[in-house]
Design a protein around this ligand. Sequence first.
Ligand code: L34
Length: 292
Amino acid sequence: MTIIDGKKVAQEIRNELKEKVAGLKSAYGKVPGLVTIIVGENPASKVYVRMKHKACEEVGMNPKIEALPATTSEDELVSLIKKYNNDENFHGILVQLPLPEQIDEDKIIETISPEKDVDGFHPVNVGKLLIGQDTFEPCTPAGVVELLKRYNIETKGKHVVVVGRSNIVGKPVAAMLLQKKEGANAIVTVCHSAANNLSDYTKSADILIAAIGRPRFITGEMVKEGVVVIDVGINRVDAPETKKGYKLVGDVDFDDVSQKASFITPVPGGVGPMTIAMLLNNTYKSFLRKQK
Ligand code: L34
């Protein structure tokens, strides 16, 4: 059994990007810029935004954080996004989700210029992804596919079972692995909590992608021997014995499932760090496209 080291791979990707960004600096005299907008005080969001900022700095890009109060109106947020749509120093605009309830997420995502949508959430980019056109691949799904590639895990002809149907993970990762191209070509099943018997599906997975959002939901009984398990879940569970009072666990019961898996990602240190590395990659890509 191999534990897939997302933290290490993400570091490798950042090292590669650092060199490429240095190349941009000498070729164009400028570097990619990323603005991250956070509304409100969601503690997990704050952690992620902070990590995105630091990662940008590490690779030599130009990050900026716009932190807005929880009471921000939809109109105010729309205006701010439009300002950055027109600011050529910023090649990527990311609005950290979730947003407070007075703000319509769909509306906000549609306000971001598709050319700067480094999350790959804009309907135009989602459409391109589905039909196999060049676009920004959403960061978490891109991280999943990149981990499979870097661990030489064959996807062609394999049965990938995705548990979860979110717009951020389930749907796009299914679309990506279904494509007729290198690193994809999989037979993809998407299932979710409404399944009559979820195990019927998960047991037939060669590669299981868990993106449900429920702690330790996937147990050993639900998978077959030799399965490759990619755990996208990041759940905070109470842990009074720790300093923070909580710990992170995935959607997979790691101790149980790792008995049967051939490869498995841990939480933390699996897909999470890859999300951020792929965000940097998209920002780099956005910059390059702009120069052409
Ligand atoms: N717009 N909103 C937008 N884009 C995204 O791509 C995200 N996401 C998700 C939440 N909202 C978003 C993220 O950035 C989840 N997410 C994310 C990013 C990074 C990590 C986890 C989730 C991560 O690096 N996790 C670390 C542990 C971090 C910790 O200590 O809390 C890990 O090793 O898994």
